[in-house]
Each structure stands twice: as C-alpha cells, then as structure tokens.
Write a new protein. Structure first.
Length: 656
C-alpha cells in the first residue's frame, strides 16, 4: 500500500494537475493544509483525499512529519502541489513498492524554468513508512539523512522515475511570493547556524531571487569555505557563484572559481559548459570550442550524481559550436553541429532560424534553401508546419517566400495574422498588411506591428497617412494614439500639429523607431516641432541616450553638417567619437576624442570614452595574440581583466 503525503496552502491552480498524475498510483492521499483560503480543499475532496490541518510555523520538516503520522501505507510517496508524476508511472511505482530489498528510492526532479533548459537533480521521494524515517530541515527539508547506510546492498537506489516541477517558473514565484518567504526562513536559519553550508547556499539562492547578487556572492563564498566538497549540492554552489560573479562584472574571480570547480569535479559537464560560455563571450573561441567539445564527450548526466542543466551534454554545445564555426566562416562544420543539435531539440524555432541563416550562406539558390528546410522541418500538423516554415523565412528576410506560405494559411489565427502583417510591411504591401491587422485582437501584438508600420508609412515617398491603422479595437492607449496623430499631421505637412514633448515616453519610442529605419529627416522635423532648432540642442538631446547607436549616428551626422558650416564644438567631436566607437572604427574614434580633449582637456566624459577606446584596442591585440597562442595563461588573464575593466557583458545561460 502506498500513501501520498502532501502539505499545501492555496494551491487551487496546481493541485488538480498533481493529483490527476498520481491518483491511480497510490492507495490513499493525505493532504495537510496549512491555511488555504481558496478552493484547494474542495479540489482535494474531489480526489478522495484525507484532509488534516496544521498551524504553519515556517518549519517544512515539522509539517511534512505531521503528514507522515497520518499515513497508513507501507510506503510513503511525497509530492508538492506544483509537481506532477511523469505519465505512465503506476505500474513501475507498484513494482518498486513490491521490492523487499530497498528502503527508499531517488526520483529525478525535472525543474522547468522560464528562459532556459530544465534543471535536473535527484531526491528521495519514496520510502518505507517507518517511525524513525522523519524529515529534517525547516526549509528544503530532507529525509535521506534518516535512512542509515548498510553494508552490502545500498538502502536507497534510483527509481528511474521522474517528477516534473513547475515551481521555478516566474509565475509560480509571483503567485506564492516564494522569494520573500524563503529569504526570511533562510535568514533565520543562518542566524541560528552561521557556518552551516547548506543554509548559506540556500540563503544565497534566495538572495538571487530577490536580485541581491552581492548578498548572494557573500553567502556562496562562505558556503564554499564550510562545505564538504563531496556533498551532492556542493558543485551547484560553484555554478551559482560563477553566475553571480559574471553578472556583476567580477570576471577574474569568476574565472578562478571555474578552475576550482573543474579541479574538484572534472566529470561535471555543467562546469565545462559554463567555462565554454564564459570564454565564448570573451572572444577566446579556441578555448570555448575545447570546452563545448568536452561537454559532448561527457554527454548528458542522467545518473543523478550532479544537478545538471538539460542539454549541456547534448544540444546546447552543438548549437554553440555551430555559432562559432559560422562566425569563422566554416559553414560545413557549422551546419553539421546545428543539425545535430536539432536532432536532440527538434521543437526549438530559434534554432531552426539559425539553421536557415546558415543555409542562406551555404545554399546555391532560394529554391535549394526552401527544399532543404522543407526536408528538415517535420510536424504532424501540416498547418503548424507551414506556419513554422513561413515564420522562418520571415525571420531570415526572405519575405516573398514567407508571404507565399502565409497566404496559404487562414488569417483568423493570431500568430498567422501577426506575422503576415509584418511580412507585408517588410515587403512594401501596406494595404495587405492592414487586412491582416484587422484580425489581430491582442493589443501588444497590434502595437508591435504598428512599430514597424509607422516608420514604413512616414518614410514612403510621399509619406502615407497612418490614421486608417489606428481605428482598431485592439488599440487601447489614448495618449499613444494622440501622439501618433500629432506626428502624423506634422510629417504629412498638415496644419494644427501641436508642440511635441520630446521627454514623453511614446515620443521617444517613435523617434527610436524612425531612427532604426534611418529616417533622419523625419526625426529632424519632430525635433524642430519639439522646440529644438539649433544643431547643438538636437545633438545634446540625442546624446542623452548615447548607448543607442541610432541616436548617436544622427547626432554624428548633425555634428558633421555643423562642422561643414564652419563651427566646431567639443561635444560634436564627442558624438563623432561615440559613433565610430560603436562601429569599431577605433583609430578614427581616438582621433576625434583627442581633438575634443584639446578643446576641453578636463571633460570626464571625453576622458572616459578615450580610455575605453584604448581598452578596446588592447583587447583586440590580446584576442589576436590568443589566436596564435590559445593556451598562454598571461594572455588569457589579460583578456579577462580587460573585459572586467570594460564591463562587457558576460552573462551565462547555462547556470543554475
């Protein structure tokens, strides 16, 4: 007999999914409620659960042990409401319970995440119902420490079964306010036991969830000082610490912990993948290739020895290697790795788009590109397959081919109408775009289409009226509509265009959209209507966001025109320097900044940009040296130091 034991609170959006996955696999369902105010208990009763109540005291082990006291089965299976047992598990679960040799079983937990591949680890989830088997730990409670080892046969083995966990998804965290709750509990546990490495590791994780990366780094470092490196969670401390250090720009220290992690866990595929990402982003491609190849050699880690990100031993390094080989112009190798990755991960549209871009370079004609994609993209639903192909052609700029496919699909699907409208705009068919836009009911999709449509209309010769596109039920923002109409009047040379507030969010959004289409004359009109008539004022306005290359380009153009008129100001030279810096023309940028500093020697902005130019020039030299001497430790360290100094992005996607 198997008893399912659960503790719950306000889980009406999860509980039915969980119980439905296990209802035929267990003999009784024990639900311990800690204070639900929604429909949780009504759902539990529908599944025949025995319901008990427990006064919540922020101690998960105590609540979990109370649930065990109510169970009558010979075996305990425990789940959380935001989990479900994998399909077709009942027969295997019964076989495990019938085996007299073992005391407990590990299950593989598949933690779903929002923007990354699932994270996998193992945990004891089924064990014999014995009074001495009780949980410990107020948070992240565990049962395994209560099951004593024995000579000969191990008491706990892998069940071969999986549990799907939804609780790491952002929606779940928001619904339950888990981040704040976990941080509060973790903080109290660390106060009680300040050198407990597991509590420190958990507190670091709760700091990450509250976006306190500095606090997380402090706790992870201290956890590593006290942890037994053979503990199951110890390798994950390295991964988590490396991630936080990279995100906060502490790249030298991140590299040191990567080396330590590899030393302690040479067979841990995740540490090699993180190392590959780290050096890939820093431009050390030969080292990155070696790391990704090591990942493929180690493969996916399914035995449960380590917590591992799904894909780091299969499709993720394949896609990374394809990216590097494409960058180096080695298209044959790039295609081989891209196709190999898609065999592991056949449902990822972004990787199909990457494949299409590779084929664009390698195929001899558009027809060949089409035939190869048709051959590689399979879907049992032919409408879905055609939509997938159409989307891919849209994303790679093959608008005529995309439109042929979209025209074979009904407009009444939101996704079809959205992409068909965008394709019509890109191919100059604005009247057809309007027909597809009529089917779009979601305001964010309609706004996204308008962001492409407005510049296309206003930069046409002559400019086109956008008023017909604004009469739509999906368009909810009166202020945005009013601003578009005002700018529309201005750009069509109609009277009654009122003054434009250049500090308005929507105005800046439209300015950026026009600049992305190189519509400099249209933006110039808007700036004039906003009260900026002098070149110096326009340049100052545009350079307030000098991280936007499009704004910097217009500022540089205005500066050049002013200089040709016989006037030179240091801010104009700064705009030139920033433009050439963005376009990696560092010698020209350097000359402009040096001239600006001769006119205004103590200007901090000019000095800072010149220092960054020197840093980039040095970085290029170091990267060239590493291509010839990839294993040189001095060059590698200098590369990391320069990236840290320049504060270049080194975020890692393969972290936990």
């Amino acid at each position: 007999m198997i008893s399912l034991c659960m503790i719950v609170k306000n889980e009406e959006h999860n509980l039915a999914r969980c119980l439905n996955s296990v209802k035929n696999c267990v003999d009784e369902i024990i639900i311990v409620d800690t204070g639900s105010t929604d429909g949780t208990l009504t759902i539990a009763r529908q599944y025949g659960a025995k319901i008990y109540h427990y006064q919540w005291d922020e101690d998960f082990a105590a609540a979990r042990n109370y649930s065990l006291e109510q169970a009558g089965g010979e075996w305990i299976l425990y789940l959380d409401a935001d989990e479900e047992l994998e399909p077709n598990s009942c027969e295997r679960l019964r076989a495990l319970a019938a085996d007299p040799l073992y005391e407990a079983y590990f299950f593989q937990i598949i933690n779903l995440t929002d923007n990354n591949a699932p994270l996998k680890h193992i945990n004891v989830r089924m064990f014999r119902n014995k009074p001495r088997y009780r949980f410990t730990g107020k948070l992240h409670e565990q049962i395994i420490s209560a099951i004593p080892p024995r000579s000969g046969r191990p008491p706990v083995v892998n069940s071969g079964l999986c549990i799907i966990h939804y609780g790491y998804l952002a929606r779940e965290f928001l619904i339950k306010n888990k981040a704040v709750r976990n941080h509060r509990i973790n903080q109290r546990l660390v106060e009680e036991e300040p050198d407990n490495p597991f509590y420190l590791y958990s507190l670091g994780g709760s700091c990450v969830n509250l976006n306190d990366l500095t606090g997380a780094i402090t706790h992870y470092r201290k956890a590593l000082q006290h942890v037994n490196l053979r503990a199951m969670y110890a390798p994950s401390i390295f991964i988590s610490l490396i991630s936080c250090l990279s995100k906060t720009g502490r790249l030298v220290e991140a590299a040191e912990y990567i080396e330590q992690g590899k030393t302690h866990y040479p067979d841990y595929v995740d540490i090699h993948f993180v190392e590959g990402e780290f050096y890939h982003r820093l431009g050390h491609l030969q080292r990155a290739v070696a790391c990704y190849e090591k990942c493929l050699q180690l493969g996916e880690q399914l035995a449960g020895k380590y917590t591992s990100r799904t894909g780091v031993g299969s499709f993720l390094p394949c896609f990374k290697l394809a990216e590097i080989y494409q960058q180096e112009g080695r298209l044959k190798e790039a295609l081989a790795y891209q196709i190999a990755g898609l065999k592991y991960q056949p449902a990822d549209i972004n990787q199909y788009i990457a494949l299409a871009r590779l084929l664009q370079q390698a195929a001899s004609s558009r027809q060949q590109l089409y035939e190869i994609l048709k051959e590689n993209i399979k879907h049992k639903d032919q409408v879905a397959r055609r939509l997938l192909l159409a989307r891919i052609f849209y994303e790679i700029g093959e608008y005529e081919q995309a439109l042929e496919l979209f025209n074979e699909l009904p407009d009444d699907r939101q996704e079809t109408a959205y992409y068909k409208a965008l394709t019509c705009i890109k191919s100059g068919r604005r009247a057809a775009a309007r027909q597809s836009m009529a089917y779009i009911r979601q305001s964010h999709l309609y706004e996204s289409v308008l962001a492409e449509l407005l510049p296309a209309c206003w930069t046409a010769a002559p400019p086109e009226d956008v008023l017909p596109y604004l009469e739509h039920e999906a368009w909810p923002a009166p202020e945005h509509r009013s601003i578009i109409l005002n700018i529309n009047h201005l750009l069509l040379d109609r009277p009654a265009a009122s003054e434009i507030n250049l500090h308005n969010y929507y105005v800046n959004q439209i300015v950026n959209q026009l600049l992305a289409q190189k519509a400099f004359s249209a933006v110039d009109k808007i700036l004039n209507q906003g009260g900026l008539t002098a070149a110096a004022d326009k340049i100052n306005y545009l350079m307030q966001d000098d991280s936007n290359p499009c704004r910097v380009e217009m500022a540089a153009r205005l500066a050049l025109a002013a200089v040709k008129m016989g006037s030179v100001q240091p801010d104009w030279l700064f705009a030139w320097g920033k433009y050439f810096y963005h376009n990696n023309r560092l010698a020209t940028a350097q000359a402009a900044l040096q001239q600006a500093l001769r006119l205004h020697p103590r200007n901090g902005r000019y000095q800072q940009l010149l220092i960054f130019i020197y840093g980039r020039q040095t970085l290029q030299m170091v990267q060239t040296a590493l291509r010839h001497y990839p294993a040189n430790p001095q060059f590698t360290r200098r590369l990391i130091e320069l990236h840290e100094f320049l504060n270049l992005d080194a975020g890692l996607k393969g972290v936990h």
